[in-house]
Structures are given as structure tokens and as C-alpha cells.
Design a protein. Structure first.
Length: 96
């Protein structure tokens, strides 16, 4: 029973890690796209206002992304009590 609980905990943890990796890759792709857009607008534009607008859009997108990452961290952080309970059960079983 304890091994099944540990396997379940491990599977859930690995699943969360894989999902987080996929989300991080998506965020990185979005940031690279913003970087390319910003570079293109700043290099090809003779209009300083257009370059500043592109910068402001990129800055807002990065701030939004930062907030999403922060919220994801708060939501996806596993409860340490679950692991502490499993560790306590393991110790009790080993003591028997």
C-alpha cells in the first residue's frame, strides 16, 4: 500500500513537471516571437514613435507573462503535507 502511494505521488509529480516544461517551452517561444517582432520594428522603422510603441507592447507582454508564471507557481505547487504523510507512513512501516 505504501509503495502504491509513493508510486502515485511520484507519477503525479512527474506529470506536473512535464506539464510545466511544456508550458515553459510555449512561453519561451512567445518571448522569442516578441523579441523578433521588436527587433524588426526597431530596425526597419524610421519612426521613433513606432519603435517606442513596439517596445511598450513587448514590455506589457513580458509583464503579463511574468504574472502568469507567478500564478502558475502558486497554483501548481504541491502540498508538502502529502509527502510528509507518506514519509511518516514509511518510517512507521520500517519501524515495525
Amino acid at each position: 500500500e505504501l509503495l502504491e502511494s509513493l508510486d502515485s505521488y511520484e507519477s503525479a509529480s512527474l506529470s506536473r513537471l512535464e506539464q510545466s516544461c511544456a508550458e515553459q517551452n510555449s512561453y519561451l517561444t512567445d518571448l522569442r516571437g516578441l523579441q523578433d517582432t521588436l527587433r524588426a520594428r526597431c530596425r526597419s522603422s524610421d519612426d521613433a514613435v513606432e519603435a517606442l510603441n513596439a517596445y511598450a507592447e513587448a514590455k506589457a507582454a513580458v509583464a503579463s507573462l511574468r504574472e502568469m508564471l507567478h500564478q502558475d507557481e502558486l497554483i501548481s505547487a504541491p502540498s508538502p503535507e502529502e509527502f510528509v504523510g507518506l514519509a511518516g507512513s514509511a518510517r512507521a512501516e520500517l519501524d515495525l
